[in-house]
Design a protein around this ligand. Structure first.
Ligand SMILES: [Zn+2]
Length: 417
């Protein structure tokens, strides 16, 4: 928890328990007559509000915003913002309606003195716990600590902006969105309508592709921020964490519980540069992660990524020179890798990231060739549940991990020839 030193009241040299009216009078005495004339009278020069007062006012703003969003009342939401905040809150209300947002709550955690110190006088930052859920897709509310920038206007508090500091800015709270939905897909895009149509089509096509291999009834939410920096902000990630990746399947907000929402987040700069076949592969790959609850899996990463590519490439007839081009070049240059790729190789900042994904896919293909599709899914599910890879391999395939690696190296040598 953080506490704001009582900066504003300390500067004014008075305890914060003074009556507001008297404080206002005192404050006006410090302002030049020229300024008073220029802004239309002493009653419009705001006295800095004391911490308890402004916190109460802010809590009231959050409660009203909560109600306005629940009522889908864009006008009431917009009325809670200042010049800059008002259009944003109108957009947020429109998003709430389009996304069928439920269980919205904003709870004041504390003021953020470090961030407040960087803001213009009269503005201050609050850490706020937000919850929300996209109805029909999220089984439980997402939870995130977000920053709200508040501005004092006379005796009132208005919302100036959402975001700031290292806290995430959920995409639906960040600005206007294009939303596309079917029964199984919900796509939200901070960008032109044509982009939203493209992502929506990719998501729609991924559903039957995943269903055909994994079964079940996959449903997916795809979030597309405006650019890489916006993706970092959406996820509360370090700058550049996702610069090299096209998309990531991860938790929405900070909650990691079993039912916590998991969405696909797109880096539009990388994803947008993909041709249609590549874009579909990425989308189907990510939907496989969602459908198999990969975020809670205990399986090794090569299996998670390799299986997702196996599903994405299933039934396609793309040449291996294209789907494994990077690992082929690497094998030709350095020979076959000694071990299956692990956490270091799959680090989003690692070099040759693409080659390791391809290598993991080839390991999944070795298993796919050694047995049935159902066997591979069983292996994937049991490893995801935490069963040891070696023993499960022996039981299902009759060979151990050492033999898997040997066959995998053989496969890589063969495709690199
Ligand atoms: Zn993946």
């Amino acid at each position: 928890m953080i506490q704001l030193p009582d900066q504003l009241t300390a500067e004014a040299g008075r305890p914060h328990t003074w009556p507001a009216g008297l404080a206002a009078l005192l404050a006006t005495l410090l302002v030049s007559p020229f300024l008073l004339a220029g802004c239309g009278g002493p009653e419009q020069v705001p006295a800095p509000q004391s911490q308890p007062v402004r916190r109460d006012l802010a809590a009231d703003v959050f409660a009203r915003l909560q109600d306005a969003l629940a009522d889908r009342d864009a006008k009431a939401a917009a009325a809670l913002g200042d010049d800059r905040g008002s259009p944003l809150l109108g957009d947020v209300a429109a998003n709430a309606e389009a996304l069928d947002v439920r269980d919205v709550s904003f709870r004041m955690i504390d003021e953020d003195p470090v961030l407040t110190a960087t803001l213009p006088r009269g503005q201050w930052a609050a850490a706020v716990e937000a919850t929300w859920r996209f109805d029909g897709f999220d089984r439980a509310p997402a939870r995130a600590e977000v920053t709200m920038i508040l501005a004092q206007e006379g005796e009132r508090i208005r919302l100036h902006a959402i975001g700031g500091g290292a806290r995430p800015v959920p995409l639906w709270l960040a600005g206007p969105l294009e939303v596309r939905r079917t029964a199984d897909t919900l796509v939200l895009v901070a960008g032109p309508a044509a982009n939203a149509d493209r992502y929506a089509q990719l998501a729609r096509r991924a559903v039957p592709a995943v269903e055909a291999v994994v079964g079940g009834h996959p449903r997916v939410v795809v979030e597309v921020p405006a650019g890489p920096a916006d993706l970092d902000r959406t996820l509360g990630a370090r700058t550049g964490d996702y610069a090299a990746i096209a998309a990531v399947t991860t938790f929405v907000g900070s909650d990691r519980a079993d039912l916590a929402p998991v969405h696909v987040f797109v880096n539009p700069e990388v994803f947008g540069a993909l041709k249609s076949a590549g874009a579909q592969l990425v989308m189907t790959h990510e939907l496989t992660h969602v459908a198999t609850d990969a975020v809670h899996s205990k399986a090794p990463q090569w299996l998670l990524e390799g299986y997702a590519d196996h599903v994405a490439l299933h039934g396609t007839d793309l040449p291996v020179s294209m789907t494994a081009g990077q690992i082929i070049r690497r094998v030709r240059r350095d020979g076959v890798p000694k071990a299956l790729p692990g956490a270091d190789e799959f680090d989003t900042r690692a070099t040759h990231l693409g080659a390791w994904y391809e290598a993991a896919w080839r390991a999944a293909e070795v298993l796919a060739r050694a047995g049935t599709e159902e066997q591979l899914l069983t292996f994937y599910r049991r490893a995801s549940g935490g069963e040891p890879v070696d023993a499960t391999l022996r039981e299902l395939y009759g060979f151990d991990e050492t033999e898997l690696i040997r066959r995998w190296q053989q496969d890589l040598e063969q495709i690199a020839r």
